[in-house]
Design a protein around this ligand. Structure first.
Ligand code: NOJ
Ligand code: CA
Length: 715
């Protein structure tokens, strides 16, 4: 049922509740645009209009009002303030903006409770239960019409601006977005800095909001009353990404990444902004269990994507990172080109033997020699190195039942890539490639785009130009039945729902950092990721290190300190296994060298068994940055899998198995041994089995930066 109301002057508070209905997304009739006219009394005589919308369970409530000619909002949960008095608005170049002299004209509400199915994902069936509010508003003089659309869910609130086509507002250059989140300076936060050279690849900091400067989203918060929040955005399309910038103490304002031309967003009416989202949960795990970001994205536009199958892949990759091979093949005396035809076939044999689905090959194409980081102009996406025969490896892959996974490193030159895109995709499709990993290695602000006049412009990785670029690639890839996995990407905002061939991405510090001889990711990092970056969508973290001291310098016992290692993975072996369940991605890299897996067939068995596509996922217990227990049910069997993992503190965790179905399950447990400790004894692992039922609780003693990975096999 829809409910429409025109606010009468003098109305105090209107509660926009209504009965649930099965209608979804029905369009509200557009207002007829009238430029420069309004029946509004002077600002001083206008009474404040207030409209509220509550979630279906009534706990989350957003209230909007037009006080003093400004549009403002607050959010509460269970009556307690979550986001205090905060401003809304947009500023435009060379025009009046939606900042002042604003008033709410009318509103409509709707309710919807539906489910939809994911082709692949953390869960097959997603419930979308929300109330909706459309506020029609205007700037009185000069007259500009706009809407605020709000959806209230039990797991949070989303709202967006919609600016209709109207006289006097055609082409629009957005110069600022005035959306604030007044979250309070004492509120605790977990964030990474924004607009810094390394894009999203930073370790997370935990600190009070009052100490923040500019940070990326998703940003995670814990209020003093224990309520957890994540601020992010959904459906980032043809707009620039938002960061959060502290203005007055405790007030975070949307800060849109500028385009190379200095504007923030270039668009024309009608347009709508991405959803600004606040996920809200009583406990940290509630954020992981939320589907709000996906629910605010549009349904699948690609139709049948069954040509993409979730799975695991090996790769010619880690060898370059630990310097056992090179990407280029003419690098003089240090040359040891890793991506040869024979090396690929060997990797395919390994993958086939252990039931992996694909083999990624990096360094197959011309362009890597010399300073590839600074030389994105010379990458060819069709010319192979002479010692790599793409037809032959693709033929061999078919013979052994393993697909080639493509690789397109752009080194941040998107024009060079776009100029070759059709041909590049044709070549991949012709060689049976179904997934391409791409790369945008360049400092933030250094993505090269040659404009219509032939002038090089330099973009941030999350400017509107890059948002548009990624979608262009994803759409073209879909036409070739290819899925994309960009590294150094723009952040995820749930577009995998609309374009389910956008299967994974990097967008955070991944395993690779542990190979580079700089401070490694450390014991906390993946526990931070689970409650921050992972709320946005799948990550190609590339877990599964079995040699936890790659490239280790010879050390003596008394030197057992972090900085005495050129590179190390600061996890126990069992914790590395747990990441295959904890860090969701429909494609999971099995990243280590064959010899390291073959040395530990007992532990490798878990990686061979674990699926990458789930019927259901439940975060059972955890705290941001400290520990997590996550259970997932296989989409293709009755088996469940559980990950438990901890930061640098050893801890005992109890896994309540009441999520299991009826009957008995064989628990195949890969857990830290009694002496496991990421610094002194990371390989201490116990592999054991026991019969369990839904009535049992498993007690797990995790070592420092330890973990457990469990397969619960239906008997
Ligand atoms: C950075 C990516 O994250 C990494 O996985 C890749 O090997 C290099 N770029 C080269 O493309
Ligand atoms: Ca990277």
């Amino acid at each position: 049922m829809r409910h429409a109301a025109h606010l009468m002057l003098g109305s105090a508070l209107v509660f926009a509740g209504c009965q649930p209905s099965s209608q979804q997304n029905s369009q509200v009739k557009a207002e007829t645009p009238v430029a420069g006219q309004s029946d509004a009394p002077p600002l001083s005589e206008r009474e404040v209009q207030t409209v509220s919308l509550a979630s279906p369970d009534g706990r989350n409530k957003i209230t909007l009002r037009d006080e003093g000619g400004m549009l403002r909002y607050t959010i509460t949960r269970g009556g307690e303030e979550v986001i205090g008095d905060s401003r809304l608005g947009l500023l435009f170049a060379n025009q009046y903006g939606l900042d002042k002299d604003l008033r709410i004209l009318s509103f409509e509400t709707a309710a919807s409770d539906t489910t939809w199915e994911q082709p692949w994902g953390e869960r097959r069936i997603v419930r979308d239960n929300h109330k909706e509010l459309l506020i029609k508003a205007e700037r009185v003089s000069p007259n500009l019409k706009f809407n605020i659309r709000v959806k209230a869910f039990n797991d949070g609130i989303g709202f967006r601006y919609e600016v209709p086509e109207q006289t006097g507002l055609g082409d629009v250059f957005i110069t600022r977005e005035l959306t604030d989140f007044n979250i309070g300076q004492e509120t605790n936060s977990w964030t990474i800095p924004a607009r810094m050279y390394n894009r999203y690849e930073y370790l997370y900091s935990e600190k009070p909001v009052g100490e923040l400067q500019m940070v990326h989203t998703p940003a995670t918060f814990e209020k003093e009353n224990g309520i957890h929040l994540s601020i992010h955005e959904a459906a980032l399309v043809d707009y620039s990404a938002m960061s959060l910038h502290q203005q007055r103490e405790g007030v975070l304002r949307v800060d849109l990444t500028p385009r190379a031309d200095g504007h923030l967003v270039k668009t024309q009416t009608p347009f709508k902004t991405p959803w600004r989202t606040v996920q809200i949960a009583d406990e940290a795990i509630g954020l992981i269990n939320s589907d709000l970001i996906l629910n605010l994205n549009e349904p699948n536009k690609l139709g049948d994507v069954s040509w993409f199958t979730p799975g695991k892949y090996a790769g010619i990759w880690w060898e370059q990172h630990v310097k056992e091979g090179t990407w280029g093949n003419t690098d003089g005396p240090i040359n040891h080109h890793a991506a040869t035809t024979q090396a690929t076939k060997d990797k395919m044999d390994f993958a086939a033997k252990h039931g992996l689905d694909g083999v990624l090959v990096e360094g197959w194409n011309v362009g890597w020699d010399g300073d590839w980081f600074n030389n994105g102009d010379v990458f060819s996406f069709t010319e192979t190195y002479p010692d790599f025969d793409i037809e032959e490896v693709s033929r061999y892959g078919k013979e052994v039942g393993v697909r080639l996974i493509g690789h397109h490193e752009t080194s941040g030159n998107i024009s060079n890539y776009e100029n070759q895109l059709e041909a590049a995709m044709d070549l991949m499709e012709a060689n049976d490639v179904r997934v391409i990993k791409s790369g945008y290695v360049a400092d933030a602000g250094d993505i090269k785009r040659v404009d219509e006049n032939g002038i090089a412009q330099y973009e941030f990785h999350d400017s509107q130009a890059m948002v548009d670029h990624h979608l262009k690639v994803v759409k073209l890839a879909a036409e070739h039945k290819i899925a994309m996995n960009p590294h150094e990407p723009v952040k995820d905002t749930g577009l995998r729902r609309t374009y389910p061939n956008w299967v994974s991405r990097e967008g955070a510090r991944g395993q690779e950092f542990n190979a580079w001889g700089i401070p490694p990711n450390g014991p906390d990092h993946v526990l931070d990721l689970l409650y921050t970056r992972m709320l946005s969508g799948p990550m190609d973290y590339t877990a599964g290190a079995f040699d936890l001291r790659p490239n280790e310098m010879p050390v003596v016992a008394e030197d057992l300190q972090r900085n005495d290692y050129r590179s190390r993975i600061e996890h126990t072996l069992a914790k590395e296994l747990s990441l295959f369940v904890a860090i969701y991605s429909p494609i999971q890299m099995v990243m280590d060298l064959e010899r390291n897996y073959e040395a530990r067939p007992d532990a490798f068995q878990f990686i061979k068994d674990v699926p990458t596509d789930w019927e259901e996922s439940i975060a059972l217990d955890g705290e941001v940055g400290d520990y997590a227990i996550i259970a997932r049910k296989d989409r293709n069997s009755d088996d469940w899998y559980v990950a438990a993992l901890t930061d640098a503190d050893a801890r005992k965790l109890i896994v309540d198995l009441s999520f299991l179905g009826e009957g008995t399950y064989e628990a195949q447990i890969y857990r830290d041994g009694p002496d496991a400790d990421y610094e002194t004894n990371p390989y201490d692992i116990v592999i054991e089995t026991k019969d369990v039922t839904a009535a049992d609780k498993l007690s797990l003693a995790l070592g420092r930066s330890g973990g457990a990975a469990i397969r619960l096999k239906k008997s």
